[in-house]
Design a protein around this ligand. Sequence first.
Ligand code: FES
Length: 635
Amino acid sequence: MENGKIKIIVEPIGKRIFLNEPTGGLKAIIDAGLGIKSVCAGKGTCGKCRIVILNKEKKPASKQEQEILSPDEIDNGVRLACQQIFDRDLIIYIPSSSLSEEQKLQVTGEEKIIEVDPVCKKYFVKLKEANLGDLESDFNRIKSFLKKKYNLKVNSIDYRSLIEMPSIIRNNSLEITVTVRNDEIILIEGKDRTKNNFGLAIDLGTTKIAFLLVDLVTGKTIDSKGVMNPQVSYGEDIMSRLNFAMQSQDNANKIQKVVVIKINEAVSELCRKNNLTHKEITEMTIVGNTAMHHLLLGLAVNQLGLSPFVSLTNDSLQIKAREIRIKIAPGGYIFLPPPIAGFVGSDHLAVILATEIYKKKGNYLGIDIGTNTEIVLKSKKVITSVSTASGPAFEGAHIKYGMRAAPGAVERVLIDSKTCIPSVQTINDIKPVGICGSGILDAVAELLKAGIINRSGKFKADSDCVCRDSKGEFSYILAPSGDGNRRRENSNILEDGKHSTPRCGEKDISINQKDIVEIQLAKGAIRAGIEVLLEHADISFKDIDKIIIAGAFGSYIDPKNVIDIGMFPSIPLRKIRQVGNAAGVGAKMILISKKQRINAERIAKKIRYLELAEYPGFNNHFINGMQFPAPDEII
Ligand code: FES
C-alpha cells in the first residue's frame, strides 16, 4: 500500500488506481474512467465484467461467481469485478472481451513496393488416373507433374498432407492444388485454389502484437489487427518476464501458452472477418526482440536473463507452426528472422530492412522507441546498433497517472505560458482518465517551455502554477477533477502578498516530480544511446542527414517536443521522419519476398552491436542526457 492507499494496477493498459478505502471492484474500475462491460449493472448475472486477479493469493470465488464462472476460470484467477471488493493492493487484468472500448494500437507503417515472390506458392495439378499399367504412387505422379508443367523439383511432403492426400485427390476428380515451400509440399487442397494463398506478418512486441494479413498472390495487406501482449500479466518489462520464466518450467510453459493462445485468437478473428480458413494461411513471419522470440518458442532463457545476456541462436529459424500449437495450414511454417545480439532482435532487423537504412548514403539514424529502445546508425558503410533501457515510462508505467494509449488517455498537451492553464486532448475525446506516453512527453516539454520546471527538471518553488500533493510534493494539474482551474481558485494570497501553494485535488490528473524524473531517465537513456553511436562513428549530430522514427509510440509523438526536451539532438524538423510500424512492414517484406528474406539474413550479419554497458563514457552521456536544454537551446 502506498501512503495508506490501496493500489490497483490494471493491465494490460497499465493504469494505476489509488483507493482510500475498500471499494467494490466494478465501481473502482468505472470511477477510474475505464470502460468495462456491466450489462446487468453489477448484479453478478451477466458475466460480462470478468477480470483476472494476477496476485498469487486469491480470495475464494463467491457463490455468485461459482455459478457464472467455470471451475477452470476460477482456478486461473478469473473473477467478476462486480463481486470483488478491492481491499488490498492488487494487479488485475481486464481481458479485451470485458472492455467496452479497445486500446489504440498502431499496426501499419510506410510500405515500399517490392516484387512479390513468396517462399510458399500454390500450383494447380491435374493428375492422370492410375491403372494397372501405370502404378506410380500418388506423390510420384504429383512430383512428375510439377516438374513437367512448372519445372519445379519437389522432394518431400508434409506428413499431415500425406495423410489427407488420397481422399483429396479422389474426391476432386484428380484436380488438386499443392502448396510448395522450397522443395516440400506443405498443403494439398481440392480443385484450383491457386488464388487463395495467404500469410501473416507478425510484430511480436513486449507490449503489443501487430498482425498483418497478407495476400501472397498480390502482396497486398488485406487486413490488420493489434492486440496487447498478454504476457504483460507476467511483467511489464522484458527482465521481469524472463525472471518469471526462469523460476520454473511450469512458468515458462504458462508464459508461452498465453501468447500462443492470443496469436491463435487473432488468426481466427482475421480469418472469420475475411472469410478465410486457417488452412489458407500457409506461412507466418514473426519478428520480435530476443526475449519475445525465445519465450514464444519455449526456448531456455536462463542464459538470456543473466549477464552477459546471450541468445540461443543468431540464425533464422523455420519451424512447423503446429510444433508450438499455432493453427494455420497443417504443414504451414513460421519463419523467424535472426535475432541480432543481446536483446536486440529481429524486430530491429525488420526496421532496418523496411526503412532501407542499410543502403542509405550519408548518416542515418533509425530509432524504435519502446521499453528498450533500439537505435541504429548507418554511417560510412557501417551499420551499428545499440539497445538502451529507456524503461516503460512512455508506456505509462511508473508514472502516477500514466496508462497506455487507451480511450480517455491524455495524448496531447499545450500549456499557456502566460496563464499556465493546460489544454489537453484525450484519445476518443472523452473525459481524461490518465496520461499516455505522448501526453507525458508533451506535458514535460510544455512545462519546460512555460518555465514551470527548470533545466534540471525541478518544479520552480515560486511558481504559482503548481500545487502540492498530500505528501507535500509539487505537482502540476493537467486535468482538474472539477470544472475550474484549481490552481487559480485555491491559490491563497498571504499577508505579504505572496501566494501559498494550493493543495492538489485527490482526483486531479497531475504530473509530479517523480514523473518528470522518470521521463528524464527514459530520454537520458535514448539520448545517451544516440551520443554513443555518433561518438563511435566520429561524427556529430550536425552530420545527421535523417532521423527515422519507427514504432507505434514513435508515430504519435510530436518531434518538436522530442527535440525540446533534448531526447534528440537539435536538428531541423525536416530531417525527422515518422514511419509507423516499420517492424511489421519488414516482417511483411520477409513474408512476401524470397529476395528480401535473403537480404534480411545478409543485413543481420553486417550489423555491429555495441554493448552500452561496456562503452566508456556511457554514464556521462546518460547523466548529461537527463538534463533539459537551456531555453536558448530550444528551437
Ligand atoms: S456486471 Fe454483470 S456480472 Fe458483473
